[in-house]
Design a protein around this ligand. Structure first.
Ligand SMILES: Cc1cc2nc3c(=O)[nH]c(=O)nc-3n(C[C@H](O)[C@H](O)[C@H](O)COP(=O)(O)O)c2cc1C
Length: 189
């Protein structure tokens, strides 16, 4: 199975989630690649937010995804920060840039898992996940939902893996997000 993880991140949280997924798939000896979406304003936006300084250099080292990287994948993970109850503009631009492949039906039948970071639980992070899922439905993908019993003791949205960063500086905890459990589930389903 070929797995491709594509994310957008400025303050580093969605990047760290992508990294945790990447590491968990690697531990399972999977064929996995990780990319970021193009962000022509990354340096400028990063100047506004203090937490963005922590991972800016690391993020910039990740290869930028062309839409074609999804073409040979069986499982795709798309991750975005929540911007005004939606995906970021940069993630939306990436999605829209895949339309030549959508027209050719290149993504039909591929599995898709959404993940997102949001400031707080009232901020619409679930809407961001849903925006990714709606994109997947338009592409003819098979959206993977998160089972309610993915990990005893934690509650999770069905729509994808969601992290809350507070003012941007509360970093994702792979245990609280059940990343390993979700990877196991993805590999079994
Ligand atoms: C332009 C902008 C809009 C945002 N809108 C929301 C929002 O609607 N709801 C929310 O909970 N957080 C919102 N946030 C906060 C981010 O979703 C949050 O800091 C997230 O952890 C950033 O992800 P990143 O660290 O991967 O960049 C917004 C941040 C920015 C810069």
């Amino acid at each position: 199975m070929k797995i491709v993880i594509i994310f957008h991140s400025v303050c580093g949280n969605t990047y760290l989630m992508a990294q945790e997924f990447y590491n968990a798939f690697k531990e399972k000896k999977q064929n996995v690649e990780m990319y970021r979406v193009e962000d022509s304003t990354l340096d400028k936006t990063a100047q506004i937010f203090a937490p963005a300084q922590d991972f800016l250099t690391e993020i910039k080292k990740i290869s930028v995804a062309a839409p074609q990287v999804m073409e040979n994948a069986d499982l795709i993970l798309l991750g975005s920060p929540t911007y005004f109850g939606n995906v970021s503009g940069q993630m939306k631009l990436f999605m829209d840039a895949t339309s030549p492949l959508w027209i050719k039906g290149k993504f039909i039948g591929k599995k898709l898992l959404a993940f997102a970071s949001a400031g707080n639980s009232e901020g619409g992070g679930d809407l961001c996940l849903q925006a990714i899922n709606v994109y997947g439905q338009h592409m003819g993908m098979l959206n993977v939902s998160v089972p309610s019993n993915i990990k005893p003791g934690i509650t999770v949205p069905a729509y994808g893996i969601l992290h809350y960063s507070g003012n941007g500086s509360v970093r994702p905890d792979k245990n609280k997000l059940a990343i390993a459990e979700m990877v196991n589930y993805l590999l079994l389903s």
